[in-house]
Write a protein that binds this ligand. Structure first.
Ligand SMILES: Nc1ncnc2c1ncn2[C@@H]1O[C@H](COP(=O)(O)OP(=O)(O)OP(=O)(O)O)[C@@H](O)[C@H]1O
Length: 328
């Protein structure tokens, strides 16, 4: 398990098989162990068709799992879903709003329907940054505003856990940024946000922790900062007058060294201080020593390589499951 402390969501050995029209079976989720810690934004990442929506639908009791267990706020679901459903707000599909009513009126109607305090409407409009446009008709809203109104609707019951399935799909960069800000704001108020995406760049900047799945299996999870700093993900650029000699010395340490002009790129989690020490001992002095910024996208692509739709499943992924932040 990659996370210690209280969990908002925990699944063990979760499995779901669909039967296709031609009668064949398709395993969409295969023995998934997903942990989402309480508090913060958790990115649920994977290529298209990797089983994210299926997992979310099982957690929400919309479809049945074939095997495995699921817990939401430590309650077994779906058995105890009625006990926790009030603490969970989810947007899985675009909710239906009245196009000719304003955003505010739509929310007031909804608040009345679910028995929420109507005073909350102004609060949630503020939470999603729609207070200024609340009086305008829904049909005049941009896609991003519509999505934010959908988030506002889920906030009316003041949930502790918010589940957003691909909330930035189809949005322009400004819309994506607004949704990101909303998610950060919610996490800042102590909520837990689970956000699924196949586009890592959209989640990387907002997520505290992530789970990366491919073909229904977990391939890596942990804190974003740990994931970026593990294994081959860490590379250091070294500038030195005699790169050939320096490269041999560093390779002798077991690190992989690549030439980049007059500089060296040293892969394999080298400690920068160790590099300086080894070279200085041989009278070689570095004029540059910088960790290469690795974005989560390259880690994601590396981990999910060849696991998108239409590719053959590898026998075993070379990385196996990598639980960043744990000793495994
Ligand atoms: N109702 C269904 N019947 C048959 N197969 C399904 C059904 N729903 C999903 N699948 C298949 O299960 C796999 C997982 O789909 P799922 O929608 O969970 O993935 P996803 O990670 O959410 O992908 P996306 O980002 O494209 O939504 C896919 O191969 C999909 O084609």
């Amino acid at each position: 398990m990659a996370f210690t402390g209280e969990l908002a969501i925990s699944t063990r050995g979760l499995r779901k098989t669909y039967r296709r029209l031609n009668g064949s079976k398709h395993v969409a989720v295969e023995g998934l162990d997903l942990d989402v810690p309480v508090g913060g934004v958790h990115g649920f990442l994977g290529p298209n068709g990797s089983g994210k929506t299926t997992t979310i639908r099982m957690l929400l009791g919309l479809i049945r799992a074939d095997q495995g267990t699921m817990r939401v706020f430590d309650q077994p679901v779906p058995a105890r879903l009625p006990d926790v459903v009030g603490r969970v707000g989810a947007i899985v599909e675009q909710p239906k709003f009245f196009p000719n009513f304003s955003g505010r009126r739509n929310l007031l109607l909804l608040a009345g329907a679910i028995g929420a305090d109507s005073r909350l409407v102004e609060v949630v409009l503020g939470d999603v940054g729609l207070a200024d446009r609340a009086k305008d008709r829904y049909r005049t809203y941009s896609l991003g505003m519509k999505q934010r109104l959908a988030i506002a609707a889920t906030l009316l019951k003041d949930p502790d856990l918010l589940i957003f399935d691909e909330p930035t799909n189809g949005l322009d960069p400004a819309g994506i940024r607004e949704i990101r800000d909303v998610m950060r704001g919610l996490a800042g108020r102590g909520k837990t946000v689970l956000v699924s995406s196949h586009i890592l760049a959209e989640v990387e900047q907002v997520a505290d922790t992530v789970s990366i799945i491919a073909r229904g299996r977990m391939i890596a999870d942990g804190r974003v900062s740990d994931l970026l700093g593990t294994g081959a993900a860490r590379t250091v650029r070294v500038g030195v007058a005699v790169p050939g000699t320096a490269g041999s010395l560093l390779e002798a340490q077991g690190w992989t060294v690549r030439r980049d002009g007059h500089q060296l790129l040293v892969d394999g989690a080298p400690d920068p201080a160790r590099i300086t020490e080894i070279l200085a001992r041989q009278g070689l002095f570095v004029d540059e020593l910088t960790p290469v910024k690795v974005d989560l996208e390259s880690v994601f692509l590396e981990l999910t390589a060849g696991q998108g739709p239409g590719t053959r499943p590898p026998d075993e992924h070379p990385h196996g499951r990598r639980a960043a932040g744990s000793d495994s």
